[in-house]
Design a protein around this ligand. Structure first.
Ligand SMILES: Nc1ncnc2c1ncn2[C@@H]1O[C@H](COP(=O)(O)OP(=O)(O)OP(=O)(O)O)[C@@H](O)[C@H]1O
Ligand SMILES: [Mg+2]
Length: 252
């Protein structure tokens, strides 16, 4: 049976999409069917795997309309990696979803048994704890939380964990936190080392051993419409994401 991972952190720009795209591509590269669902109106994951921002059909048709998810699924630039693209229109779902009774389960319901066609389904969340992220957390088996290795890294994490407990209690009892991923780590700075130590001390069980370095190749990859691991396979950033994929799979 396939596993569903939500990549969530309400803080913006911490590496959610970079992690979603590269983790999905790492699993696909190993020959396993993988599905990436872009739940962010910014469409960065969509563009990051080679599709246009205004691709139709898309995740908005699934969440706000009643298009079956399988029909919104497109092939990406990467073999074995399918994607449900997003659209800027998805921003409207933040207003529309709360008006529909039981809208928290729309992603879960539409994912249905499509999830079993893939080893991994990865849900890229927007930087908020609004209806789109709630839909992802209700549909997911596990959450991965990217944490930028910068000052203020810990800020907001306690609130995020509280929200996860609330979702577990009220909406998705089987949800577990798979772990936190330290991202954009600059090994040359004292700050990165201090922040890493602090996060590991606070959440000793939760933080993955693999740390994602700050790496120009990862940052530029989306402009080529490719995941970093495909754009620059031999870069330090790619090596880290391939290693992370193994660590995530081994914790499953
Ligand atoms: N390890 C890294 N090294 C260098 N640049 C990175 C790295 N990870 C992410 N970036 C860049 O940092 C920016 C933010 O990353 P990303 O889009 O993955 O974060 P996000 O959490 O998805 O953001 P948002 O909250 O807006 O959705 C992007 O420009 C991305 O290319
Ligand atoms: Mg993002």
């Amino acid at each position: 049976m396939g596993s569903v991972y939500a990549i969530a952190n309400q803080k913006g720009g911490v590496g959610k999409t970079t992690t979603a795209v590269n983790l999905a591509a790492s699993v696909a590269e190993a020959g396993h069917g993988t599905l990436l669902v872009d739940l962010d109106p910014q469409c960065n994951a969509t563009v990051g795997v080679g599709l246009a921002k205004d691709t139709s059909p898309n995740v908005y048709d699934v969440l706000a309309g009643d298009l079956p998810l399988a029909e919104a699924t497109a092939e990406s630039a990467i073999q074995h990696l399918d994607v449900v693209p997003s659209t800027p229109d998805l921003a409207g779902a933040n207003v529309e979803l709360p008006r529909i009774a039981g809208s928290e389960t729309r992603m879960k319901d539409s994912l249905g048994d499509v999830r079993d066609r893939y080893l991994f389904t990865i849900l890229d969340c927007p930087p908020s704890l609004g209806p789109l992220t709630v839909n992802a957390l209700v549909a997911a088996d596990r959450v991965l939380v990217p944490v930028q290795t910068e000052y203020f890294a810990l800020e907001g994490l306690a609130g995020l964990l509280d929200t996860l407990s609330l979702i577990q209690r009220e909406l998705n009892p089987s949800l577990t936190v798979a772990g936190m991923i330290l991202t954009m780590h600059d090994g040359r700075t004292r700050l990165a080392q201090d922040v890493e130590r602090e996060v590991r001390e606070h959440f000793p069980e939760l933080v993955f051993e693999t740390v994602i370095p700050r790496n120009v190749r990862l940052g530029e990859a989306p402009s080529f419409g490719l995941p970093g691991i495909r754009h620059a396979p031999r870069s330090a950033g790619s090596a880290a994401y391939l290693k992370l994929a193994k660590e995530v799979a081994s914790r499953a």
